[in-house]
Design a protein around this ligand. Structure first.
Ligand SMILES: Nc1nc2c(c(=O)[nH]1)N[C@H]1C(S)=C(S)[C@@H](COP(=O)(O)O)O[C@H]1N2
Ligand SMILES: [Mo]
Length: 322
């Protein structure tokens, strides 16, 4: 198996993502491990199996497409999406697809707690029985200035908030990814603030665009893309779209997210896409469209301003864009 090992400082610029560069710097400071940069990757979609058993949700796909969510560009090839991922639990490179196959997605329990009428836990397949799946075509814009367009399958996050029955005093929902260093080698790197955490206001979480993803490309979502349950909030930079969620906590305290804990000066709570507000280390004016040779101008709110701009009225004192 060809595993290419390079020293982080020997990475070609095209492979060294801004986030990875930052982390490599931390790793050097922390004493220097060797980065596995180019792992051997599957090129075809993984079969709809979980270990030795068929995925119990496979029969739910493909779901009916909701035509309200159309694209201004072609859908990104599935093979591109399956082989270029940010999922730091499995390593800091984009080539984590193979490592992510170690994630065990059944049984998978989701906890709903905090400021709710009554906290509960629910298995992913029971949750799938309580909601109606649909397909939506969404743009995805990473803070690193690349983008994809993805046919997600899932259900509106508003449906989960309705099941949770938050108290009137709850203002935010905090989401958490699994934590299991025995399957996720990245989680053995103790200087990262595991588990991965993200948060939204309740108004954001119940906006029609906030989508909980269980599938992509007409089948259960691949592990490297965040199986069995991830978020898609396409008007925000990609790091807000947390993968492999195990907990939703309703709270009146603004959650401190993983990237914010690592580097608050660069990654904040709101992280709405805005081409006119550069990242401290690079421009956000345009984006590299993965799977093409194209660079496209980036759109305000990633093109979703009609649906979400009203959420941010009166918040001018906040750092809304990074
Ligand atoms: N748990 C977890 N969720 C995560 C990440 C991660 O490292 N861990 N990376 C984020 C970032 S930076 C992006 S761009 C998207 C990438 O999703 P994709 O690999 O499906 O394109 O996932 C987001 N969700
Ligand atoms: Mo990202």
């Amino acid at each position: 198996m060809p595993v290419i090992r390079r020293r982080p400082w020997a990475l070609p610029n095209s492979a060294a993502t801004p986030e990875a560069v930052f982390l490599d710097r931390r790793r050097l400071l922390a004493g220097g491990a060797v980065l596995a940069a180019g792992a051997f990757l599957p090129t075809a979609a993984p079969a709809q199996r979980i270990g030795d058993v068929p995925d119990p949700s496979a029969g739910l796909y493909p779901a009916r497409r909701n035509p309200a969510y159309a694209l201004d560009r072609p859908v990104t090839d599935e093979a591109v999406n399956l082989n270029y991922n940010n999922f730091y639990e499995f390593g800091p490179s984009k080539s984590i697809a193979r490592a992510a196959q170690a994630l065990k997605t059944r049984p998978w329990t989701v906890a709903i707690d905090g400021m709710v009428e009554a906290p509960f836990e629910i298995g992913i397949d029971d949750l799938l029985k309580r909601v109606t799946l649909e397909e939506r075509l969404y743009r995805h814009r990473c803070v690193e200035a690349w983008s994809m367009a993805i046919p997600w399958t899932g259900f509106p996050m508003a449906a989960l908030v309705a099941l949770a029955k938050p108290l009137g005093s709850a203002k935010y929902v905090r989401m958490e990814t699994f934590k299991d260093p025995t399957v996720a080698p990245g989680q053995r790197q103790v200087w990262y603030p595991w588990p991965y955490v993200e948060g939204l206001t309740i108004a954001e979480a119940t906006n029609e665009l906030a989508f909980l993803v269980t599938g992509a490309y007409g089948k259960p979502v691949a592990k490297q893309m965040g199986a069995p349950l991830r978020l898609a909030v396409p008007w925000k930079y990609g790091f807000k779209s947390i993968k492999s969620i195990v907990r939703f906590t309703f709270t009146d305290q603004r959650p401190r997210s993983y990237w914010e804990a690592l580097q608050a000066s660069e990654y904040g709570f709101w992280a709405n896409v805005n081409p006119q507000v550069p990242h401290p280390r690079w421009s956000q004016a345009s984006e590299r469209v993965l799977g093409t040779d194209e660079r496209r101008p980036t759109l305000l709110f990633n093109g979703y301003g009609d649906q979400v701009a009203h959420l941010y009225q009166g918040l001018d004192g906040e750092r809304l864009w990074a």
